[in-house]
Each structure stands twice: as C-alpha cells, then as structure tokens.
Write a protein of this length. Structure first.
Length: 230
C-alpha cells in the first residue's frame, strides 16, 4: 500500500471527508484491520482566501508547494489537493515534487466517461466557475461542461462559504441546490458534478434521480486505485 499525501484545510470539513473516505475505501478493499496510510498537511483557509481575493496566486502557490514538499518528506507516494478552487496552482505544485499529484478534474472526467456522461453540469465556487482552469481541463478530456446561470453561481458560492465551510447544513439550501441540479439536467446535462468538495456535505447522489458525481468520492477512488495493489 502506498502512502497518500493530503493537502487539506480548504476547508477542514471536506478534508475530514477525504480522510474518512480513504480509510473506508481501504477497509472495504483490503478488509480486516487495514486503514489508509496518510500524511496530511493542513493549511489556513482564511489566509488562502484572502490571497485569492487579492489575486496573489504566487503566494498561494508558495504555501501549497511547501505543503506538498512536507507530505513528500513525510513519505507520501502521491498527493491529493483536497480542494477545487486552489487547483488554480496545480501546475506549480505538481512541478515542485517528484511524486504524482492526482488532478481532480482528470478524475472527474474519467469517471464521467466511464458512466457515459458526455455533458456534465458543474457546481462549484464562483471563482472556479468564472475562471476556466478547472472546467476547461474536464472539457479537454472530451466531456462538455454545462455551467449554472450567474445568479445560481452566486447563490452556490454563498452556501459554500457562509454555511458549508462552517459545517452548517440548512435544509432550504439543500432544496435550492437540488433545484439547480434539476435545471442543469433539463438544460441537457446527462450528469452533474458537485465540483466544490463541500457540496457533498449537503447533497448525496441518493437525493436525486440525476447521475451525480461527488468530487470527494471520485478523487478518493482515483487515489485508492493508484495506492493499492491491483
């Protein structure tokens, strides 16, 4: 079993879901008392969000590169960035270490194609939706991306940053997110990606009859496929 490096804290709630998912996955695949070998570097979301708002991406990169190097020093054989928005500096992080950094968009695109999804609705933070660094990477794999309208993007961003990063789950917010999911389905999507990892705290695939790809679940599966013996 390889050791999985996590760069987390963006937010800590979603990082906890990564940790739980990896350990459950190892137990399901290997049985017995097996658990995941994990090295975690957790960063301060407030600091990174402030730098993001200032467009100080060089400083964001420095922080996440240092985190990546620390998990490699701790024995990590591969790395997950436990975030969508801060994949903005993926290239810098991946270039700074000599172990694979598994890109979330690559994993989501591969899973979409596996499920026969050719046009995916995409829910994420406002920054991720309004900038094409993430959705374009999915499209580069041959999966079209269908984005919500600007008002819904703003609503989703508010739910993520004002509720979910504080682990506050509001039933009314769940209803509004599900309405956006169905609107994307009606607009021609044949599946919907929960691109912000925090959204998995609010919506589960069993909540709707639309194919849902949860970012954390898909990223965890990709890591397990890489880390565990076939």
């Amino acid at each position: 079993m390889q050791t999985i490096g996590l760069i987390g804290g963006m937010s800590w709630e979603s990082t906890a879901a990564y940790y739980e998912g990896l350990n459950k996955g190892v137990q399901e695949r290997l049985g017995g008392l097996h658990s995941a070998k994990i090295v975690l570097a957790s960063v301060d979301l407030a600091e990174l969000t402030d730098l993001q708002e200032k467009e100080a991406w060089d400083q964001v990169s420095e922080i996440l590169v240092a985190a990546a190097r620390s998990v490699v020093a701790g024995g990590a054989d591969l790395i997950l960035l436990c975030t969508t928005t801060f994949h903005k500096v993926y290239d810098e992080v991946a270039a700074a270490v000599d172990v694979p950094v598994l890109h979330l968009a690559d994993a989501l695109a591969a899973k979409s194609k596996e499920l026969g999804i050719t046009k995916a609705g995409f829910l994420a933070t406002r920054y991720t939706v309004e900038n094409d660094f993430f959705a374009q990477r999915i499209s580069d794999h041959g999966v079209d991306v269908n984005l919500p309208d600007p008002l819904h993007v703003e609503m989703l961003d508010s739910i993520i940053y004002e509720e979910l990063v504080h682990r506050t789950v509001v039933s009314g917010s769940r209803k509004r997110v599900l309405e956006v999911v169905h609107e994307l389905w009606d607009a021609g999507s044949d599946g919907v990606i929960l691109g912000a990892s925090e959204l998995s705290l609010l919506v589960r695939p069993s909540d709707v009859d639309v194919p849902i790809l949860d970012a954390i679940t898909v990223h965890v599966e990709a890591a397990l496929n890489h880390a565990l013996p076939a």
